[in-house]
Design a protein. Structure first.
Lengths: 313, 190
């Protein structure tokens, strides 16, 4: 039956779509990759020897955030007016704070990439940029610390961005920024591994690769814990919040969650840890498992965006 | 004293004819396919022959604590000097954060201006000329009341003092300024 009050299309509660989910994924990947790259450099007191993991993170950091920002800009209804968001700030808005963070994070990520890759640039016919890398070298420590702090900010910011909307019970939870930061680390480790193994001829037996690999289990376990916290908060809140639990059993997003997030993102990487050592440490297995982790994180962002907006209080 | 514009929708008087909807579209040049105002007809409730419908106005609630204003990154969504939630079209980039954040889902992207749009109580047109909003004037059953609730002599202030009213989704802390007189035959559901 037709209604008499007109078109209902604009009332669809799902306002933000997959483009935003991809942006959230890219921001998490970039931040996680940078956090792991720099964190491991500090942990192993690397000096000026650039490990393949650090090189991988120096590439993924700026590239992923640029792709994510491209998604964001072209999702605007006025993409060519995006500069308005750079000159007008409303500091009660998480998005405005995020814009400021990204405005510092993106150029610093590029500067850091030039420093880390200064000796590789000539190989890629980008020798022109190598002097800038050498010039920035004395400021490495400052740039590194700032970039690390901003990466924590960017990783968590995407969670704060959507948790600020109190009409959506699944999004409006304190655990979301932590969940996004943890899953960003998962994606960052996987991305670093793939780039290090394929582009920088790193071997699966490298000390660094093994060390990064040992992060996988604690990160996956914390992600699982955050998800349990998220859903139990909804359950205990009751009312409209408890209704959002239906997202785990109905609709396509339940499949995305159980198959994509849990099956591909958590169970496959955990099972791979039980493979015999010689199989586990082949390039092919490592890259396949890393691709599973990335798929899981991408699925998580989609689940949160779509299922999260699907239930309104 | 500052103004506190409110609207009261008497759901007993409403017949769901959508005259308000059409008047709004015409006054504010709202493009096809989008709308600032709808009256949803719910029901029928009860048993034949004693059936009745409920009428629910869906439009900007002019929240005193508006989520759309606090999430807007550029300040395009703002509260004007009379407390009305308004939009600077030229500051809006179209990120749709406000559309997503509005608990009432009454903001939309205007396909012509590409900026966020919604009811503003006709503040640039009829209100500026000292007239009532188009929906209030067009209503054939006088189900809509509009005025300054801070003026104790106004019709809306007296109505709010004497009638039982409810607002939508008050649990979210938005302090909506669209009040509803519940239909006597139906229960209150918001």
């Amino acid at each position: 039956m037709n209604n008499i009050w007109g078109d209902m299309a604009q009332y669809d509660p799902v306002t933000w779509n997959w483009v935003i989910a991809v942006y959230l994924f890219m921001a998490g990947l970039s931040a996680g990759s940078v956090l792991i790259g720099i964190g491991m450099r500090w942990y192993s007191k690397g000096g000026n020897i650039e490990t393949s993991i650090l090189k991988a993170s120096a590439i993924i950091g700026p590239v992923a955030i640029s792709l994510g920002l491209a998604c964001l800009v072209f999702d605007l209804t006025k993409p060519f007016h995006f500069w308005l968001i750079l000159v007008n700030y409303n500091f009660t808005s998480v998005m405005a704070i995020g814009v400021l963070a990204l405005l510092a994070y993106s150029p610093l990520g590029i500067a850091y990439a030039l420093i880390v890759l200064r000796d590789d640039l000539p190989k890629w016919k980008l020798g022109l940029l190598a002097p800038i890398g050498h010039m920035l070298l004395p400021m490495r420590k400052v740039i590194e610390i700032l970039l690390f702090v901003l990466a924590i900010g960017v990783g968590a910011y995407t969670g704060f961005l959507i948790s600020a909307m109190n009409a959506y019970p699944m999004l409006n939870t304190a655990v979301l920024p932590a969940l996004f930061l943890a899953s960003g680390l998962s994606a960052g480790a996987a991305g670093n591994l793939i780039v290090a193994l394929t582009c920088f001829n790193s071997s699966p037996h490298d000390n660094d690769v093994a060390k990064m690999h040992s992060l996988d289990l604690p990160v996956i376990v914390s992600e699982m814990m955050f998800l349990v916290m998220l859903f139990s908060t909804l359950y205990f809140t009751g009312g409209a919040a408890a209704e959002a639990l239906a997202s785990l059993s109905t609709d396509i997003w339940a499949s995305v969650f159980w198959i994509g997030v849990v099956g591909i993102g958590f169970i496959v990487p955990i099972l791979s840890m039980f493979l015999p050592a010689n199989a586990r440490h082949t390039k092919a297995i490592m890259i396949s498992v890393a691709c599973c982790s990335l798929t899981g994180v991408l699925a998580l962002r989609h689940f949160i965006i779509y299922a999260g907006q699907g239930y309104i209080s | 004293m500052s103004k506190r514009y409110v609207m009261v929708h008497d759901e007993n008087k409403c017949i769901g004819c959508q005259a308000c909807n059409i008047a709004c579209r015409s006054e504010n040049e709202v493009p096809e396919g989008v709308t600032r105002l709808q009256v949803r007809v719910e029901g029928p409730f009860g048993e034949a022959p004693n059936l009745h419908f409920k009428y629910h106005r869906v439009s900007c609630q002019q929240c005193e604590d508006a989520p759309c204003v606090s999430v807007c990154p550029t300040g395009a969504a703002y509260i004007d000097e009379n407390g009305l939630v308004s939009i600077h079209n030229d500051k809006c980039v179209g990120c749709m954060y406000c559309v997503a954040a509005c608990p009432y889902k009454v903001r939309f992207m205007n396909p012509i201006t590409k900026a966020a749009d919604k009811c503003n109580f006709c503040k640039d047109t009829r209100l500026a000329r000292g007239e009532q909003p188009a929906c209030v004037t067009a209503c054939p059953t006088d189900a809509l009341y509009f005025g300054d609730a801070n003026d104790s002599k106004s019709e809306v202030a007296q109505l709010l003092n004497t009638k039982i009213t409810y607002q939508d989704k008050t649990h979210l802390g938005t302090k909506p300024r669209v009040y509803r007189v519940p239909t006597k035959r139906g229960g209150i559901e918001s």
